[in-house]
Design a protein around this ligand. Structure first.
Ligand SMILES: O=P(O)(O)OC[C@H]1O[C@H](OP(=O)(O)OP(=O)(O)O)[C@H](O)[C@@H]1O
Ligand code: HPA
Ligand SMILES: [Mg+2]
Length: 168
């Protein structure tokens, strides 16, 4: 389970697009990739952006769920495996396949997918130190006690002024 986070790292759509595009620039020299496997659901968003930038049209999902409640990692469940046709790419161990997720935190999700595709190239937009060794390419590292707030989980809301006792 992820420790309750002290720090918040909010990411806007604009920032996420820029960071995902920066990831695509880094991946451009690491291929060629025949297919993307995105880890749902968070991996669907960077997958769309990276696929567009790198001209990849063969997109597969592996469906993994672990954080059932906010901040709490429950038991990790693989709801849908990688299709045999994608597993068969390259040497049958994932060479030539790009695995994408929005972030790695404890690294447990990446570890489960790495067991399916050991030679695939693993990439995330954000990485925390515990998950970092599992990932080949990422853009921004944040500390383990930081919680990343993605734009698809947020909405506009009132912010109290910094100075206590004053109104906005
Ligand atoms: O490195 P870990 O500690 O395993 O955590 C990282 C995973 O947790 C989140 O997914 P989550 O299981 O919450 O599902 P979601 O993508 O559907 O939001 C995130 O999108 C990563 O896939
Ligand atoms: O920091 C995080 N933010 C959003 N989802 C997550 N899932 C694991 N860690 C995180
Ligand atoms: Mg996820």
């Amino acid at each position: 389970m992820a420790a309750p986070s002290d720090k918040a790292f909010p990411v806007s759509w604009d920032q996420f697009h820029r960071d995902a595009r920066a990831l695509a620039w880094r991946l451009a020299g690491a291929g060629p990739f025949e297919a993307i496997v995105c880890i749902t659901r968070g991996g669907l968003v960077p997958a769309a952006i990276v696929a567009r930038e790198l001209g990849i049209r063969l997109i597969e999902t592996v469906c993994v769920a672990s954080y059932h409640d906010y901040h709490e990692q429950g038991s990790l469940q693989v709801l849908k495996d990688v299709a045999p046709s994608i597993r068969a790419i390259g040497d049958g161990r994932g060479r030539g396949v790009l695995v994408l997720d929005d972030l790695t935190d404890t690294g447990k999700t990446a570890q489960v997918v790495r067991a399916m595709l050991p030679d695939a190239h693993f990439a995330t937009v954000y990485a925390k130190p515990a998950g970092r060794p599992l990932i080949d390419t990422f853009v921004t590292e944040v500390s383990q006690d930081t919680w990343i707030y993605f734009p698809w989980d947020m909405g506009l809301s009132y912010q109290a002024p910094i100075q206590p006792g004053t109104s906005g």
